[in-house]
Design a protein around this ligand. Sequence first.
Ligand code: FES
Ligand code: FES
Length: 207
Amino acid sequence: MAGKDDEYERKQSRDISRRRFLKGAGLTALSMANLSEAQAAKEASAAIRGPGATAVTLRVNNAVHNLQVEPCETLAETLRTQLGMTGTKVSCDRGTCSACTVWLDGATMCACMTLTVDVQDRAVTTIEGLAQDGKLHPVQEAFIEKDATMCGFCTPGMVMSCAALLARNSSPTLDDVREATCGNFCRCGTYPKVFAATLAAAGKGVK
Ligand code: FES
Ligand code: FES
């Protein structure tokens, strides 16, 4: 019995540590890139939930999902395991490669560094939600035309970063594209074709 209790306490401690780590790391990245100070303060003061599973309502690609998630569950895990959206890739699982890039309210975010319980009412967009009315996003089309993928593991995250760039800057320079994808690691080295595809998509008048 004592062994079971010890194991439970070890798991709680591990989960809480992971939660604290993600919160701290996430806040650093988010506050630098995407969040206003007020939003960052809201994140910091969010009530701690758990330790058991808790109810959340997620808006993913304009669909509402009522789910039960562990407080330590990342958005990447929820998308992939609970919603079956495996287009969001997990490579490093620690915020260094951006393979897991999704949008939260239109801003790029690493889903492996975002706790699902912290998403709250923000709109989540994944690679599965980029195509509209059965038509691929121009960035997706351009990636195909320019052959901007090899193994494809980085590709969904790369596309999400490039599409986000074009949503805020419809006429980017090569340097803009480089900056927008500077966190996206491609072990196959497709960068030149990714840059060419994004500039080509911009030339199509991406909004
Ligand atoms: S899997 Fe999220 S940053 Fe690498
Ligand atoms: S295409 Fe293989 S990691 Fe980018």
